[in-house]
Design a protein around this ligand. Structure first.
Ligand SMILES: [Zn+2]
Length: 403
């Protein structure tokens, strides 16, 4: 849990620390908040009183305490605010309406018409965002904003800069256009970073200080939380896990590097590996299988498909070992659509490598888990971007780091 500071100038930071402590718990007392945040009982009491007045937090029964009178339990008031999360995948738009507790209360999926112009797709996002709010009966006054998770890279002003899998989307000011079309505040982020924030907010990484999220989709990306802070890097493009070299003589990658994780492990590479695995023998239908069919076959135990997936998982595991050695994290979360059906194969191979081949393995375990919210992680993450931008404690907002 993040520590607060009892200095007078940092009220809004402490408020976010307290709200995050309440959000991350399944009910917590004022005394427990003081214990986990390091704030004084008086500071906690003042902040909680204000949060109760604003309706962001409610008192919800009481719990027995050792000795003294029972302690009042506090929870986030889930219906106090909502956010729409949009995940823009080149093939599909996913929408999630989430309440303040990070729980999805409605979902919507729409295909993206192949070759559609950026302006058409952004208008589609706005229309669908309005529709999901209308159908759930949420008034505009309760909408904190729209979060958008989409493929990077970006510049610092929410402009997409030549995303490799989206020709025609160079220099599109997607954040500004979506704000104009929805008339809500819009927060945009890299899809893998958004999924990591969703995982921290509503998934498996709740109250885990340091973890990495590996996103396996059409491409391969990553997100990072280090010491309770999301880490975005100089230009929102940190944690590009997919571009670690795992085969020095491997294929050239569009990024300029060679033998990248993405070039070796993405769905099209898996399809090519499947064809190559049959070379020299009789050709059969497996040589023409697409990625989904290969995953289904591997999950059903078909030996050739399983070997291909395990070999790819092994290359990912090589990169995961480097990542764990470099960052000394507690948890590695695997998510994204490419894991459908084969998540457990990837998880087992990567867990074995991380528990057997990292420097700190005798000091602490590093968990490797598949995301429980994988199918919608990026959209839930996009919604929680809004809450995160609104409420999450950030040291950058402090006048100085006097802790
Ligand atoms: Zn690359």
């Amino acid at each position: 849990m993040q520590q607060g500071t009892n200095l007078p100038k940092v009220g809004s930071y402490n408020r976010a620390v307290v709200l995050e402590a309440i959000q991350a718990s399944d009910g917590i007392s004022r005394v427990q908040i003081a214990a986990v945040t390091g704030l004084t009982a008086q500071t906690v009491s003042v902040i909680v009183r204000r949060l109760l007045e604003e309706g962001l937090v409610v008192e919800d029964g009481s719990a027995p305490s050792s000795g003294g009178k029972p302690r009042t339990i506090l929870r986030v008031e889930a219906r106090a605010g909502y956010a729409v999360g949009v995940h823009f995948d080149p093939q599909e738009l996913s929408f999630v309406l989430a309440d303040l507790a990070g729980r999805p209360v409605a979902r919507l999926h729409q295909p993206v018409r192949p070759g559609a112009r950026p302006d058409t797709v952004i208008r589609q996002m706005a229309t669908a965002s309005r529709r999901i709010l209308r159908e759930a009966g949420v008034p505009d006054a309760k909408v904190l904003g729209v979060g958008l998770a989409c493929p990077g890279p970006f510049d610092g002003a929410g402009v997409m800069v030549s995303p490799p899998r989206l020709p025609g989307w160079d220099r599109v000011p997607i954040e500004g256009l979506l704000r104009e079309y929805t008339r809500f505040p819009v927060t945009v982020d890299n899809d893998a970073t958004a999924a990591a924030i969703g995982e921290r907010w509503a998934g498996i990484a709740r109250s885990t200080p340091s973890f990495a999220y590996l996103y396996l989709g059409t491409g391969i990306g990553g997100g990072l939380f280090l010491d309770n802070q999301v880490y975005r890097g100089r230009s929102l493009n940190a944690a590009e896990f997919g571009h670690i070299t795992v085969e020095p003589d491997g294929p050239e990658c569009y990024c300029g590097n060679r033998g990248c994780v993405e070039a070796v492990c993405c769905p099209s590479a898996i399809e090519a590996a499947m064809r190559a695995s049959g070379a020299g023998g009789r050709s059969d239908h497996a040589d023409h299988a697409d990625h989904a069919a290969i995953c289904a076959a591997a999950a059903a135990g078909e030996p050739r498909a399983r070997r291909v997936i395990e070999r790819v998982a092994g290359r990912l595991a090589d990169a995961a070992v480097s990542l764990v050695n470099m960052l000394d994290i507690d948890l590695l979360v695997l998510g994204g659509p490419a894991l459908r059906e084969v998540g457990e194969i990837y998880r087992a191979v990567i867990a074995r490598a991380v528990s057997g081949r990292t420097l700190a393995r005798r000091l602490h375990a590093v968990r490797v888990e598949t995301s429980p919210i994988a199918a919608d992680a990026a959209a839930i993450g996009a919604a929680s971007l809004v809450f995160h931008a609104t409420y999450a404690p950030r040291l950058g907002t402090l006048p100085s780091r006097q802790m």
